[in-house]
Ligand binder design. Structure first.
Ligand code: SF4
Length: 386
């Protein structure tokens, strides 16, 4: 089934490391953006019924089982706006009864009544951008919330009835050493979220954080410490009852992100909103990035997609292998043979062999997967396929 991604490009402040498609919150712009989003979703529904490419599918409504509101800061949208977006998805697509509907939220932008209202609107999973439970690290990242606010937001979400809550943490922060990182991991485990995403901070060349770091002489830990951060965190999570299921993600049983799994398991999804990406039936496209331009075009029924590309069979295969290795279960080479008619061992065996010998890759029956050691070198291993 399809996954539906809805992009919300507004934030209360711009974090010094951010490289996402986002801008400062403006109430008027936000209201017009929500109308544009709804128009785009409705249009996808109509295109699907008419059987047009790039729409919701062939004749009739396509089935979808996940909706993911990401950003930006989707929790800056009012609950009734989220309800309207979900309702638009429901009328354009056949949304499964056991759907997963995620809202990304920043801790400073929620309260228990607001979270309860999101739940009534149809959201059943909340993903909080916590990043760290240390005040000094949050300040260095110019985040608006405190560690206590993050804990309070988590408690408010539970009190509002959410039984599926994810936390995002970031490692390799300026001045962060292994023990400090593990404090955040332990603080997360102490709350008992259902899902955790652990990302590595990437300092982009033009990020204000890069200048902040130079001015304050902050440094990032050496590579061997980052490896230790990653391995120790995953081990602690496993001891606490979480199973790692993807390079950066771990979950309690039954709480894997069904939406994100579509990206890693050769699935299909439609993205709505400025800069949103879609992949369907071998075609990949991206919406125009500018929020204003997106609103203008959506308002007059104009073309929103830019950069539309039909993938060659080789590109589709490369993507399936590249992203498939991200999941802990890895790739089923027999399934790849059936779907793409390619014998993975024959085509890539010689390039994969050194990684198998080095203990970065594991071969179990027809499955090929990264070991934890291999996850630290994932990009090198995956480059075999692209
Ligand atoms: S809240 Fe997230 S999307 Fe918004 S500026 Fe910060 S990192 Fe970027």
């Amino acid at each position: 089934m399809l996954g539906l991604y809805v992009h919300v490009p507004f934030c209360s402040a711009i974090c010094n490391y951010c490289n996402f498609n986002r801008g400062l919150f403006d109430a008027d712009l936000k209201a017009r953006y929500v109308e544009a989003l709804i128009k785009e979703i409705e249009r996808a529904g109509r295109a699907g019924r008419a059987g047009q490419a790039g729409g919701a599918g062939g004749v009739g409504r396509s089935a979808a089982d996940t909706i993911f509101c990401g950003g930006g800061t989707p929790s800056l949208l009012e609950p009734d706006e989220i309800a309207r977006i979900i309702a638009a998805c429901e009328s354009a697509f056949d949304i499964a009864v056991d759907r997963e509907v995620t809202l990304e939220a920043n801790p400073e932008s929620v309260s228990e009544p607001r979270l309860a209202a999101y739940r009534r609107a149809g959201v059943n999973r909340v993903s909080f951008g916590v990043q760290s439970f240390r005040e000094d690290e949050l300040r260095r990242l110019s985040r608006l919330h405190s560690a206590d606010r993050a804990r309070a937001a988590f408690a408010e979400a539970r009190a509002a009835g959410f039984d599926n809550i994810s936390l995002d943490l970031m490692m390799w922060l300026p001045e962060q050493r292994v023990s400090e990182w593990l404090q955040s991991v332990d603080a997360s485990i102490a709350l008992g979220p259902d899902h955790l995403s652990l990302y590595m901070l990437e300092v982009y060349p033009n990020a204000p954080l890069k200048d902040d770091m130079a001015r304050a002489r902050w440094s990032q830990a050496p590579d061997e410490d980052v490896a230790a951060m990653y391995v120790a965190a995953m081990e602690r999570l496993e001891e606490a009852g979480y199973a790692q299921y993807e390079i950066s993600n771990a979950a309690k049983p039954g709480r894997r992100s069904r939406h994100n799994l579509k990206y890693w398991t050769d699935g299909e999804w439609l993205g709505f909103g400025c800069g949103a990406h879609s992949t369907r039936a071998g075609v990949r496209w991206k919406n125009i990035s500018s929020t204003q331009e997106y609103i203008d075009r959506a308002g007059v029924g104009g073309e929103l997609a830019v950069d539309v590309r039909r993938l060659t069979p080789d590109e589709q295969l490369g993507d399936a292998l590249f992203t498939g290795l991200r999941v802990v279960d890895g790739i089923d080479v027999n399934a790849i043979q059936t779907r793409y008619g390619v014998d993975v061992w024959r085509r890539y065996g010689a390039d994969l062999e050194p990684f198998l010998e080095a203990g970065c890759l594991r071969r179990t029956g027809s499955r090929l997967s990264l070991t934890r050691q291999g996850m630290l070198l994932a990009h090198e291993v995956m480059s075999v396929f692209v």
